[in-house]
Design a protein around this ligand. Structure first.
Ligand SMILES: *Cc1c(COP(=O)(O)O)cnc(C)c1O
Length: 389
């Protein structure tokens, strides 16, 4: 369990991103956290060690990352994992057979797959609801409900959940609120301040930001949950290697400035696309025409670079994707480079076609992860691709 340095909570988000959780190396004063490539630690004498015994439980490079992200989220404890899904699997070990969990119906495809194909076999039960309407969450509560699992904004439909209202319902039901904050990042949204109990990330995405590692991280300020999460981390062992932790820590230093750049490009491209294609064809939380724009503006301090567009048919999608040059056709998101994907055949291929259709993930839907290149170049690329339609 990595507890933050309390002093790190005094600083603003950009300062925290660069400094929180890191102290100059004890041996040399190195300003950058060293990469601790070790599996074990030598005891000073029989019965005496420095708090480190075996690296599954603790690694100083990983600890610096855990403190850094915890401080960014305004949490007191952080727990890093080898992937976002490894992180969620570990969080789910807080529950036991018979427990009921309410889940946003439009969560990440891999989250749905983990719950539906694996965890259900262990006796956990899940109810998927459209959490845009908090009343539907309240209606789904049963005496067995132990958690509410949310993602906002969602992927790829950019739907929002009112976190304060949802967490309030969960609290009254005696259930934990768990939020996947991968899309918004703590720079734009801090769910713990709105009542969530656990926040987690695929650090593969914006936190690392350079598309060069896979990782997950969970944070909490709950003094009762923190030791349980540390126990699971060590007992189940889905931990990240030190080099991936180091890469992510290097990434979080620029998180605040990257998010500002993603947001600025996202706004320009979102508004341009809405003019070019019509507002109904563009899903972007920063557009006044987004049905939940008011909630987005209240709950988030930026809209980021995630935009989905409806092109109508699979054929038109193919033409469009064949013509883009700067947007690379790939799954994933949140890196400095712009990516483009077709959710129905890529990120959401594991969701049954009927379920996809019911959610609104159509064959014509394309998702953009707008990077931090020059906006004019990205706009030129999109215009050239759209001219082929
Ligand atoms: C990618 C992603 C995940 C899964 O994380 P991995 O690091 O790929 O295991 C979970 N949630 C969201 C929103 C994601 O985008």
């Amino acid at each position: 369990m990595t507890r933050i340095f309390e002093t790190d909570l005094r600083d603003g988000p950009s300062t925290r991103a660069i400094h929180a959780g890191q102290r100059p190396g004890a041996v040399s004063g190195a300003i950058m956290t060293p990469l601790y490539l070790t599996s074990t630690y030598v005891h000073e004498e029989f019965g005496v060690h420095r708090g480190y015994e075996y690296a599954r439980g603790k690694n100083p490079t990983r600890e610096a990352l855990e403190r850094n992200v915890a401080a960014l989220e305004g949490a007191t404890h952080g727990f890093a994992f080898g992937s976002g899904m490894g992180c969620l699997t570990s969080i789910m070990m807080l529950f036991r057979s018979g427990d009921h969990i309410i889940v946003g119906e439009n969560v990440y495809g891999g989250t749905y797959r983990l719950f539906d194909k694996l965890l259900q076999q262990f006796g956990l039960t899940f109810t998927y609801v459209d959490t845009r309407d908090p009343q539907r969450i309240a209606d789904a509560v049963t005496p067995q409900t132990r958690a509410l699992m949310l993602e906002t904004p969602t992927n790829p439909l950019m739907r929002l959940t009112d976190l304060a209202a949802a967490a309030n319902i969960a609290k009254r039901a005696g259930a934990l609120t768990i939020v996947d904050n991968t899309f918004a990042t703590p720079i734009f949204q801090r769910p713990l301040e709105l009542g969530a109990d656990i926040v987690w990330h695929s650090s593969t995405k914006y936190l690392n930001g350079h598309s060069d590692m896979i990782g997950g991280i969970a944070v909490t300020s709950d003094e009762e949950l923190a030791p349980r999460l540390q126990f699971i981390l060590n007992a189940a062992g889905a931990v990240p290697g030190p080099f991936d932790s180091w890469l992510c820590l290097r990434g979080t230093k620029t998180l605040a400035i990257r998010m500002k750049a993603h947001d600025s490009n996202g706004r320009q491209i979102g508004h341009w696309l809405a003019e070019r294609l019509g507002h109904e064809q563009v899903l972007y939380t920063g557009l006044e025409s987004h049905p939940q724009h008011a909630l987005a503006a209240r709950q988030m301090s930026g809209f980021g670079g995630m935009i989905s567009i409806e092109l109508g048919t699979r054929e038109r999608v193919k033409t469009f994707l064949d013509r883009v040059r700067l947007f690379s056709l790939a799954e994933s998101l949140g890196g400095v480079e712009s990516l483009i994907s077709h959710p129905a055949s890529m990120t959401h291929a594991s969701v049954e076609p009927e379920r996809r259709a019911a959610l609104g993930i159509t064959e014509g839907l394309v998702r953009l992860s707008v990077g931090v290149e020059d906006a004019d170049d990205l706009l030129g690329d999109l215009e050239h691709a759209l001219q082929g339609l």
